[in-house]
Design a protein around this ligand. Sequence first.
Ligand code: GLN
Ligand code: ZN
Length: 794
Amino acid sequence: MTSTSAAAASRSHPASASTSTSASAPASAARPRPGSTVLGHPRQGADRELKKAVEGYWKGRVTADALRETAAGLRRDTWRRLADSGLDEVPTGDFSYYDHVLDTSVMVGAIPARHRAAVEADPLDGYFAMARGAQDVAPLEMTKWFDTNYHYLVPELGPDTVFTADSAKQVAELREALALGHTARPVLVGPVTYLLLAKPAPGVAADFEPLTLLDRLLPVYAEVLADLRAAGAAWVQLDEPALVQDRTRAELNALARAYRDLGALTDRPQLLVASYFDRLGEALPVLVRAPVDGLALDFTGPASVNLTDLAAVGGLPGKRLVAGVVDGRNVWINDLAASLTTLATLLGLADRVDVSTSCSLLHVPLDSAAERDLDPQLTRWLAFARQKTDEVVTLARGLGRGTDTVAARLAANRADLASRASSAITRDPAVRARSVAVTDADVRRDQPYAERTVAQQTRLGLPPLPTTTIGSFPQTDELRTARAALRAGRLDEAGYDERIEAEIREVVSFQEKAGLDVLVHGEPERNDMVQYFAERLTGYLATRHGWVQSYGTRYVRPPILAGDISRPAPMTVATTAYAQSLTNRPVKGMLTGPVTMLAWSFVRDDQPLGETARQVALALRDEVADLEAAGTAVIQVDEPALRETLPLRAADRPAYLEWATEAFRLTTAGVRPDTQIHTHMCYAEFGDILRAIDDLDADVISLEAARSHMRVADELAAARYPREAGPGVYDIHSPRVPSAEEMTVLLGTALEAIPARRLWVNPDCGLKTRGWAEVRTSLENLVAAARTVRGRFS
Ligand code: GLN
Ligand code: ZN
């Protein structure tokens, strides 16, 4: 299947087939002409000015006034740019100094007790204290925003929470936009999603359900809505992405109540309820019946079933439909003709149809035109925030005035799509032939674990409770300086390699002295565990300015997985072999697994994810083979993203876990029985993927456990996990040095669940963010703890 037909197939549906060309007929005079909008926009500015201003403020180099001025300037520029592109309505209130969910907590007065004094003393400093913590005061917990790589601050609520309305930020930003002459639509996190994202505050019973606070929260939303109307808002967007997850009947009832009450308000703007990231499912009929004035729906990818679902419930008579046909979270150009087909069908389903992105553009970089180092033949396939805005405007024009008014754009788009579909980058016959030829035997190891472990024990000769680390050692300033110098041309490759080898010597010698059993080279050459491999695999693109907010002032530049993946040369063999040449103890080879390579990149949308994962797995499989051939007896394939990539709806999870675990096994199953495969994941909650962890068929798994008091060990035991495991005993997220005694206690707890011959001793995760001083003592203590416990068995 070519990429264009794949994209068309994913969007086609029975209802649109008969209307495929009707988009060329302008809409009738009676109905409003389709408008254009986006659901939200990146906040950082073209040069990440916001990051600089906020961090400068934290360091005392930027005053509060200067920070506010920078922020206002960025909002002004964003709106102007959107309006200049031809957008009819701009979003406001989606700007944030740190996080929009935290802004919502401020808006409804849900300030945790421990932060109240700080917020009262200085709202801005108190805000940052909630986000980042202060001396002895913990910040709010942070977690992933649905299945994106954006992280929000989790609201903390309890039965005693008293909500109070503070609409100041929303009102001020709306006024700014109106004063500049824009048609503006404030964006709020909806009340149901806000409560569903919250968790019980510290000290509140764990089974407390924040959604029980709905009746208390709605009057606060009513007040904010009234204030926004008074300030001139015609429409307000209420984001309810939590509705695309599986919801209980009780939650759907709460949803119905929420919008019945808000809809019944007399003093309010028109309400647009937005959902995105997946299909609405059971929540769709609830929202269709609710007395709100419009819905914004996602019509991209798997969410495009929203179209048939909407038709099935009779559409949105009398209401506004904001049609998210431009994918707000990938980096690829839209198939404009296919979108026009979808839109033409939608015209028959609502009174007013506007064209939009599927979700906020927060999740994509700003402007692909800034990527001057990329081959222009590749840039034409890319659409970042700016290009997506243009696509929305083009589609609205084509829909409203006829496709002939955008004929040139459509022709260019067709050519761009064709160039992508037929490119040697997206179609590498050798890669495709190999992928098709994968057999069952390729994804299965020759011997079962019970037999392999005997062979591995003979080869490795490890003591019981062997000690190891997760891979990285501290990334020192010298390493970062050397990398910067290499990039700037001040240091040549040879000089840089020398610097890396020196670091490896130090890391290996430390581990030998500390008495660790399975050593690592320390990953000094890796800036980032995905980017390092992406830069070495054909089919991946790197951007220079493609920054996307991860959380607060942290931005990442995800690589773009654009084409068929192959490995022109070994990627890690030289560093691993060098480390092994320095010691008689086994050195563990370290790779990033296929699922994580996908999860932390922008992936192609022209073939199933499972196929892309398989290509990455095949490239990594060659790396595993080369490591083994070079004498590596232990190879770790990290999959920290396995769980976070779980589809939002339970029904979609088995298929995902199937291809994900198969890709891991394809990466690792080609080795000899006496080569030991490790994997690593860093989270303490994975009850829902235990089966999948077993399906990986790794010999050893290391997991995060120190903070959760070894709960994972119990979970593994309860699931009868049959292989070796290293629940972390050293919390690497804190600079604190754990004592040998406390790690001994943790190992004792672990031993209640995992027998000694299958228990490994290791930290929770890699050490790259820590300092050498803490790492040294912590690892010495870790080895001491292992020895103490071993002593009990001999
Ligand atoms: N091997 C990687 C490291 O040690 C693993 C990082 C991770 O799990 N996120 O840094
Ligand atoms: Zn980790």
